[in-house]
Design a protein around this ligand. Structure first.
Ligand code: FE2
Ligand code: FE2
Length: 238
């Protein structure tokens, strides 16, 4: 718990540092390192629900809360914690890829998708709060790991990077399908969120394919599936 508190303090410090960089953006051309810190700041802002800019309404707002017993709530919370961790990773991936993208259009695709992912992040976080549960304690780890993957994917070149996006999003859509089956019948609020996320993720895949995504080799797809299964298993518990 002490370590978690220290991480929180450091995150808050970085949040303030990021604010300074935000004001610098309008007055200067910034370097790759500046952009890295600004992108990291973007995540930190979205990790603080009270200050997060939500671009679209939460799909759960238009759905009535139905009664759920403890077992149902626990199951819903563990599924939504996995999805929240997935959104942390999605933003980190897109930010890493945006930073190393060579073509400005590809960089813009990554930034637009990251913005939509930030909606998902806020919706999942709000739902976890409503379920009286918590986000994954390992979110900083998921973020840093995924950001590194994003940087590497971007460095491989734009077509491979777009291929990585397409494959990631296809896997996310299949993952969401399993969660839509596993969610308790009465948790229509979480269902509404996941359904909108599924539409967005599928759109991200389509945009990547139409922008010139290259098909990834099978071993890479296997490795991606393995990494995501490790993350989903751990994040469902802590
Ligand atoms: Fe997402
Ligand atoms: Fe996505």
């Amino acid at each position: 718990m002490v370590r978690i508190a220290l991480i929180t303090v450091n995150i808050n410090r970085l949040f303030l540092t990021g604010f300074l960089f935000e004001t610098m953006k309008v007055t200067r051309q910034y370097s790759a390192l500046d952009r890295l810190i600004i992108d990291f700041d973007g995540f930190l802002r979205q990790a603080k629900p009270a200050k997060s800019p939500v671009n679209r309404p939460d799909p759960a707002d238009s759905v009535a809360e139905m009664p759920m017993d403890t077992l149902m709530r626990t199951l819903s919370a563990s599924l939504m914690r996995v999805n929240h961790a997935g959104e942390v990773s999605a933003q980190a991936l897109y930010q890493g890829q945006g930073l190393t993208a060579r073509n400005p259009q590809v960089r813009q695709i990554m930034k637009t998708a990251a913005l939509e992912e930030s909606d998902h992040l806020v919706w999942c976080q709000q739902r976890l709060q409503d379920l009286h549960s918590h986000t994954s304690y390992l979110n900083p780890f998921w973020y840093v790991g995924s950001f590194s993957f994003g940087l590497i994917a971007g460095l491989m070149g734009d077509h491979w990077s777009l291929g990585f996006v397409a494959e990631t999003e296809h896997q996310v859509v299949r993952h969401l399908d399993t969660h839509l089956v596993r969610l308790p019948e009465n948790d229509q609020k979480s269902r509404a969120i996941l359904q909108q996320m599924r539409i967005d993720e599928s759109h991200h895949a389509t945009v990547a394919v139409e922008s010139g995504a290259r098909e990834l080799p099978e071993p890479v797809k296997h490795l991606m599936r393995f990494c995501s299964s490790v993350m989903t298993t751990i994040a469902s518990r802590i």
